[in-house]
Design a protein around this ligand. Sequence first.
Ligand code: TMP
Length: 404
Amino acid sequence: MACRICSGRLHQFADFGSQPVSDAFVTPGDPAEEYFFRLAVGVCESCSMVQLLEEVPRERMFHEGYPYLSSGSAVMREHFWSLAERFLATELAGDDPFVVELGCNDGTMLQRVAEAGVRHLGVEPSGGVADLAAAKGVRVRKDFFEATTAAAIRDEDGPADVVYAANTLCHIPYMDSILSGVAALLRPGGVFVFEDPYLGDIVERASYDQIYDEHFYFFSARSVRGMARRHGFELVDVERLPVHGGEVRYTLARQGERTPAPAVAELLAAEDAAGISDLATLRAFAERVARGRDELVALLTRLRDEGARVYGYGATAKSATVLNYCGIGPDLVSFVSDTTPAKQGRLTPGSHIPVRGPEAFADPYPDYALLFAWNHADEIMAKEEAFREAGGAWILYVPEVRLV
Ligand code: TMP
């Protein structure tokens, strides 16, 4: 296997076995066969990019029926709205600015830009969520972004001041096409800003469920800087974000156009000190993950044997890795509660646990709730206070298995 960024040699450090497409919720009674692939992850010895070893075809993941809504959390809505305000006050404050968002999902961020009357375009291949964005007044192009798309957008709309992507760039294996497209689309002085789960947080918290089909790359400041330089960009800023279990927002500008902020050198030094891309660190991560799996399965088995009622909370894409890697099925978790309409009434991919709306969670409350949406823990625990008041306990599994 060769690195998808630089063709360097990859060293596998974890293997989660055969896994389904994480957002391919199954319709009960549908005889269609599920698609499985081998979920294994490695690190490049040359450029340090951590990446999956097998790629799932993009059309299997991102299509008309893609269910995930980025507006599904109040904290995330606030997160994207405040970023929109920041863009409007800074990079988009000039004369007739233009912003392009890659993977705009249901248009949470761009809705604010549209309301401000600023020129924008969302590029979104998943038709259902793109329609939701359009219904909010966001201008959307239903397409995968790549070099040809970038050229077409530049022809039609002119150069962009900002290209932005949230939880999208790490989904895309073919980075040469993306970065050459962004280079062609950005005006001189423009920036490419993207935010994705951070390798440093994944390693520190052993949050192995960040590893699933859609997350092809696990970025660090070092690997992003190397990737950027291959296409004439420089990493000029990094910002750690608390959302989605720990992310970094990276800002790229053309080489020589902006002076890197001190935060870049600081994060690079912290990464080196912690050795987050060292094979030894990553192998230790994999061992910790395997121990966590054994503990979680032991806990759920004991609770079942004691006759306890256990529900899941949040039919996240992340939960596909946990459920299928740990072999958790409806015998251990009777159903998963989720607010997303397109997931309700379906079964979790591979593990076939029913998904129900949030009203089912309280009717009656379980004894334990396995919190798959742990990245939204504060929001969910505050909303579900009555569950704990009724004697219930949350089961968390990162950074370690515990009850709260
Ligand atoms: P995410 O972790 O990838 O954002 O997915 C969160 C999932 O959890 C998504 O399917 C929506 C669901 N969810 C709930 O069911 N209730 C909630 O309160 C929140 C915040 C999310």
